[in-house]
Write a protein that binds this ligand. Structure first.
Ligand code: ARG
Length: 312
């Protein structure tokens, strides 16, 4: 490390150097994006497939290899830490899905909603997630007991439109978007998920910078497909085919033009590159056995960089 510089200053310098090395369109994307974001992750100490609550977990109970999962998670963490502050919620024994912090809740600025899991097996995660948000100084908004909501897995902030895209149909309830709208004073767009393999919105839909959206249309009902097309013009839509969708290409994390994802076909890579993005593949096969990949393993904390306790 350069003498006299904190680790954070130094990685900011790295980031600037990286931005300088980008081509013109990516640089424009990076310029519009906040310099530093904050992301919440949870180490996979107790990760495993212990029960079945989505189709990906079928026949996978006991099949995830912990050392491989740890190495894959660490690789993702290292990639993201170059561009973002990472905060960690302590893992809890007996909660194998707690690695999927996208489902902790939804946080915008200093306000947070803690998930109300539809999946009974994951309800015990609510307490440790809530404790973490509280300890970091987030104001926790009240949420109705009878409305399931699985956090940022089903609520995606569109960085350019100031809206929240919300998924419902499998895990989060139809009423969730209305409550989110009241709590965060942001317009929500409710999208109905119809394919059980894409049971959270973030498994098939990814708002990107520059107003672009990467998504798998067949995961949505017809009305929702129309709603997406009405809001996102054709030149901003990156629709992926079933093969890319099944390798969770849409379950991606974008930071300043870089897109971190489990896998990417040559065709999708070319389309993302043409649109000015840089796909970065970080394989996450062990987490796929539980039905999650890059985006599920992270919770974006917009407006919280420097506020949460980063230990990245
Ligand atoms: N096994 C977890 C579940 O079914 C995976 C969660 C993936 N998270 C996500 N945001 N899609 O709840």
């Amino acid at each position: 490390m350069t003498e006299g510089l904190s680790m954070q200053q130094e990685s900011l310098m790295d980031f600037d150097a990286d931005v300088a090395a980008l081509d013109d369109s990516s640089r424009a994307l990076a310029r519009g994006a906040p310099k530093r974001s904050a992301i919440l992750m949870c180490a996979p100490d107790y990760f495993g497939v212990d029960y079945i609550i989505n189709p990906w977990m079928e026949n996978q109970v006991g099949q995830a290899t912990l050392p491989r999962a740890q190495a894959q998670w660490e690789n993702l963490r290292r990639n993201l830490a170059a561009y973002s502050d990472i905060a960690f919620v302590p893992p809890t024994p007996g909660l194998p899905d707690m690695v999927f912090t996208a489902n902790a809740g939804l946080a915008i600025g200093d306000k947070a909603v803690v998930s109300r899991f539809q999946a009974r097996e994951r309800r015990p995660e609510e307490r440790p997630y809530c404790d973490w948000f509280e300890a970091q100084g987030f104001a926790i908004a009240a949420w109705p007991e009878n409305v399931p909501f699985e956090g940022a897995g089903d609520a995606l902030i569109d960085p350019t439109r100031d809206i929240v895209w919300c998924g419902h149909g499998w895990r989060s309830g139809e009423m969730a978007p209305r409550h989110l709208e009241k709590i965060f004073s942001k317009r929500t767009i409710a999208l109905k998920l119809v394919d059980p393999r894409f049971y959270h919105l973030d498994t098939c839909f990814c708002p990107l910078s520059g107003g672009r959206v990467m998504y798998y249309p067949a995961a949505f009902d017809i009305a929702s497909q129309e709603a997406i097309r009405a809001i996102v013009p054709a030149e901003k839509r990156i629709d992926v085919d079933e093969k890319d969708a099944l390798s969770f290409a849409c379950n991606a994390v974008e930071i300043g033009g870089r897109i971190f994802l489990n896998a990417c076909s040559d065709e999708l890579r070319a389309r993302l590159t043409d649109a000015g993005f840089t796909p970065v593949v970080t394989p996450l096969s062990e987490f796929m056995k539980a039905g999650g990949a890059a985006k599920c393993l992270t919770l974006q904390l917009p407006g919280a960089a420097g506020k949460v306790t980063p230990r990245g």
